[in-house]
Design a protein around this ligand. Structure first.
Ligand SMILES: Cc1cc2nc3c(=O)[nH]c(=O)nc-3n(C[C@H](O)[C@H](O)[C@H](O)COP(=O)(O)O)c2cc1C
Length: 327
């Protein structure tokens, strides 16, 4: 069993792609980053470099997989091994119709033995940690006892970590977005799980937005996964390395340095023919809650970004106060 990093950034489709991860790595060097969910079938049949490529600086990085076929998941991991991921994670939390039609994601919570077998198949082809991300339940299996039964069964395959989104997923009647806010948060169930199964590595997830909240959760569980707050306000992570990973507080970059570091990266992708917007869209939240954030977003979202991305980036920070840029 490996340890659990105190803080991680959640897998988020269309958000935690390689450009976001490169960007956020300029802000926190130690936080564990997850990819977006990639289906095992896409890896087996699709464009591997596009789906799996990442920059060395993104380590530590966990590849999140979706699927319900043990052979396909094992094949996907064999392929992914060449890319050097630090961990693999199985998605048992997504409630979308597309995912349900594929019989994976959150609906797998109704089939704990299947999840155990999937984890076993994944573990059989890698020496890297294999972890699972799931909900506290789904409609019809919502009690703490159902959660415990799920975890105890899946533990049969010894995943290295259970990441628990502290709400149930309602599989019929709620959209994926509603499923991230409507079912009530039940942190206490996750704390109880850790109390009753202290030998398991438990990471908590769901609406955690401040460093003080992270600190509080860490008194009760092994790790904290942050999703939307890390995307919408990435500077939230600026103090994470010093506060939770023990690194030197003076070694962190300023926002100006982060922007400067993104420029050669942007130039590289732009020169290779990629739309600059694919990179800069992840930076829109860099000045969240600061004076000038609106103007920064406006400039970065303007039409010139795809013709003069570096000029746009420099113009975007022109009106930001030095005490914010260099803090
Ligand atoms: C836009 C978006 C996409 C998401 N995509 C995934 C995904 O691919 N895999 C997954 O396990 N969870 C996904 N999630 C759920 C998050 O990983 C996380 O569990 C959820 O947002 C709750 O954490 P938060 O309240 O800190 O955002 C997604 C969430 C959002 C907002």
């Amino acid at each position: 069993m490996v340890g659990t990093p105190p803080v991680s950034i959640a897998p988020m489709m269309e958000k935690t792609d390689r450009h976001y991860r490169y960007f956020v790595r300029r802000i926190t060097r130690s936080t564990l980053l997850y990819t977006e969910m990639v289906t095992a079938s896409a890896i087996v049949h699709g464009d591997r470099d596009y789906l799996l490529g990442f920059d060395e600086s993104e380590h530590p990085i966990s590849l999140q997989l979706g699927g319900d076929d043990p052979h396909e998941l094992a094949s996907a991991i064999r392929i992914a091994e060449e890319y050097g991921y630090d961990e693999y994670n199985l998605n048992v939390g997504c409630p979308s119709d597309r995912v349900q039609n594929g019989r994976f994601g959150a609906c797998l919570m109704a089939r704990p033995e299947r999840v155990r077998d999937l984890i076993a198949a994944m573990r059989a082809v890698t020496t890297r940690p294999v972890t699972v991300k799931h909900r506290i339940g789904i409609d019809g299996r919502e009690s703490y006892d159902d959660l415990l039964e799920f975890v105890d069964t899946v533990h049969g395959a010894e995943p290295s970590r259970f990441t628990v989104h502290a709400r149930i997923a309602v599989l019929s009647g709620l959209s994926p977005k509603e499923n991230r806010s409507v079912p009530p948060l039940r942190y206490e169930d996750v704390y109880r799980l850790k109390r009753e199964r202290p030998h398991l590595q438990i990471e908590i997830n769901g609406h955690i937005e401040t460093l003080a909240q992270i600190e509080d959760h860490l008194c009760r569980v092994d790790g904290v996964m942050i999703g939307r707050a890390a995307y919408d306000n990435p500077w939230l992570l600026a103090d994470v390395d010093a506060r939770f990973f023990g690194s030197d507080p003076c070694s962190r970059s300023t926002r100006r340095e982060v922007v400067e570091q993104m420029i050669p990266y942007l130039e590289r992708w732009y020169a290779a023919g990629w739309p600059a917007r694919n990179v800069v869209r992840h930076m829109l939240g860099l000045f969240a809650f600061q004076p000038g954030t609106r103007r920064f977003k406006q400039v970065l979202s303007g039409p010139e970004v795809n013709t003069d991305p570096v000029g746009v980036m420099r113009r975007a920070i022109r009106d930001i106060r030095p005490e914010v840029l260099d803090a």
